[in-house]
Design a protein around this ligand. Structure first.
Ligand code: KG4
Ligand code: ZN
Length: 332
């Protein structure tokens, strides 16, 4: 009889469930309902709305697991980090399922989920650099598995994706801003605005996007550039900043691993991908490809981590499981 894990992701604005086979790592079911359209006009995710949508969508999605309930041996759920009211919807659902199905709960860190996203439906995992670019985080991580991961570079302020969301808002457009700014930048190939790269020529091993965001606002207010030109230069500066700091880190501390992956919703950015691939090949590093359907938030990546935690016997019971909006505990 196959042993299956049902996983739930509701940390932000995507309601998603998956069923994964523990031995083969194969996905049996993967469903996701995105709320992007709902949040578009607010320029960002509205927690109360997101939570309400999860309470509506998650039960609909969970209906599809009925044929598999006999083979489910654990319920996995994202418990941190994320929006508290969103996390709680998935957690409440997981607790109810654990009691009804009489199976343990596996509490999963969302960032660890992103780290494992290139390894969905793959049995083996290997240590590598994981560049996590999402709406909430911008980090370069020394990724080693379900523990001993280390953040090598973190953002001092805004995240990469968030800075695109704010830039889009400044131009009068909605959420998510990443694809909007990337779309405007598409037809341009000369950097007329020429933003200064954050932290360039400093010895800070960090990312920072708030200065770029303010510079972008000032250029918008000048009323001399069109939105395509602004978007092109802004995107170029954000991407080059990430690469500049990683280059500095490797120069200072050397390289430990041979592979790097870009994960998280903002990894969809084509300029980021192309520039990183060029940088990696110049530095004798290899890029780990990711199926782009798993770059943004999803339950398949939570299920993939849960397999590792299941095999290591790491479970939580329903009375001790809590949401941890800023937590990193099972991750580091
Ligand atoms: O990982 P994700 O789906 O949700 C979080 O955990 O935050 O990432 C969403 C973020 C948003 O900020 C969105 O604007 C950004 O990813 N994003 C992009 C692109 N597509 C999505 N940023 C830059 N370029 C893109 N093409
Ligand atoms: Zn995410």
């Amino acid at each position: 009889m196959p042993k299956l894990i049902v996983s739930i992701e509701s940390s932000c604005d995507d309601s998603s469930i998956a069923i994964t086979d523990i031995d083969s790592c194969k996905l049996i079911i993967h469903k996701k309902i995105s709320q992007e359209k709902l949040h578009y006009r607010y320029g960002g995710v509205v927690p109360e709305l997101a939570s309400r949508m999860h309470s509506k969508e998650l039960p609909t999605l969970l209906d599809s697991i009925k044929p598999y309930t006999e083979n489910i041996v654990a319920v996995a759920v994202t418990s941190e980090p994320g929006l508290n009211v969103s996390l709680l919807q998935g957690i409440t659902m997981a607790k109810a399922m654990s009691l009804i199905l009489k199976v343990p709960i596996i509490s999963v860190n969302h960032l660890l989920g992103h780290i494992y996203s290139p390894f969905i439906e793959k049995i083996s995992f290997f240590s590598h650099y994981s560049l996590l670019l999402s709406g909430g985080h911008s980090m370069l991580i020394e990724a080693k598995g379900i523990s001993n991961n280390k953040i090598l570079i973190n953002s001092l302020d805004d995240s990469f994706g968030e800075s695109f969301d704010k830039a889009s808002k400044m131009l009068g457009f909605g959420y998510p801003g990443g694809p909007i700014i990337e779309g405007f930048a598409e037809d341009i190939d000369d950097d007329k605005v020429n933003f200064t790269l954050p932290l360039k020529s400093t010895n800070k091993i960090a990312f920072s996007f708030s200065g770029l965001k303010n510079a972008f606002r000032l250029e918008v207010e000048k009323n001399i550039w069109d939105k395509h030109q602004l978007s092109y230069s802004f995107q170029k500066a954000c991407v080059n900043h990430i690469i500049d700091r990683i280059r500095y880190l490797f120069k200072k501390n050397g390289k430990t691993f041979s592979h790097l992956s870009i994960v998280g919703g903002a990894s969809a950015n084509k300029t980021m991908q192309d520039s990183m691939k060029e940088f990696l090949s110049k530095n004798s590093l290899q890029h780990i490809n990711i199926d782009m359907q798993y770059s943004s938030d999803n339950a398949a990546m939570i299920g993939r981590v849960a397999i590792e935690l299941y095999k290591s016997g790491i479970f939580t019971d329903h009375s001790s499981l809590e949401s941890n909006p800023n937590g990193y505990s099972p991750f580091l």
